[in-house]
Design a protein around this ligand. Sequence first.
Ligand code: ATP
Ligand code: MG
Length: 284
Amino acid sequence: MDIVTKEVDVSVPTKRIVNEATIHVNDGEFVGLLGPNGSGKSTLLKSIYRVMKRDSGEILIDDIPLDVMHLRESALKMAVVTQHNYYNFEFRVEDVVMMGRTPHKKAMETDNEEDREIVRNALKKVNMLEFADRAFSSLSGGEQQRIILARALAQQTPCLVLDEPTNHLDIEYQLEVLDIVKSLHCTALCAMHDLNLAAQYCDRLYVIKDGRIIMEGTPEKVITEDMIQEIYNVKAAVSRHPKTGLLNIAYYPTFLSKAYDDEPVDNVRKEEPISVPDIAVNHA
Ligand SMILES: Nc1ncnc2c1ncn2[C@@H]1O[C@H](COP(=O)(O)OP(=O)(O)OP(=O)(O)O)[C@@H](O)[C@H]1O
Ligand SMILES: [Mg+2]
């Protein structure tokens, strides 16, 4: 199942926030959407998962225009993991995950044993089964994020749209959440900020800036020192990790950027061990 957007424009009353965004996510591909805060990532994703209306352009799922699909039909194809999830009612964790089963049901149809089994398996997958009876609002941000992923898993869709799914998560669960998504081999479009994770997990990346898609390609092509400087205004060293063979991105702290400007990285690193024996000799 693939997702295609063609020249999608999205505006709010004061301005256009997504401009002619054309992207495609092929069947089974894990595609990352990178870009600075406020660049339009969430807005583009919202237009895909039908929470924001676009002004113009087309969105197709498996060549079918989204507009001709009933909401239930698109919910059977695409599940969403968003950044912020608040409920006005006090739902139990299990109830939140059970919401993922809604598009599979007819009006007034009650949950059956199969649904309950799917929900239990989804909770197991995110390591949250023992939280099933807790109030969703009582969970930590990271625990809530894993429940929202479990809800998407229970929806059993061939596509996943994820908006910073690793937000709030500690390192173990950042990796676990992305491992789970990767292991599903589904079509996934994922907004992210962590370039190391993007390099490790994504097959292909898009970069959006000021509402426009400005780069596209493999992590190796997209994640370069020049891109990080241009898009994020940050100095970085991009290398290949000797053990994983994957891209490894190290950011220079702003207070050191000047030093790195003046001297090659290796010289700065070597200064410290050299200066210690010098001091020892002077004192002798
Ligand atoms: N309903 C709205 N009314 C006014 N401005 C909006 C609205 N929704 C989004 N924007 C603005 O559009 C721009 C893009 O927002 P969006 O949430 O898509 O950015 P983002 O790339 O997801 O950022 P972040 O990395 O911070 O999540 C921002 O400047 C935001 O303030
Ligand atoms: Mg966002």
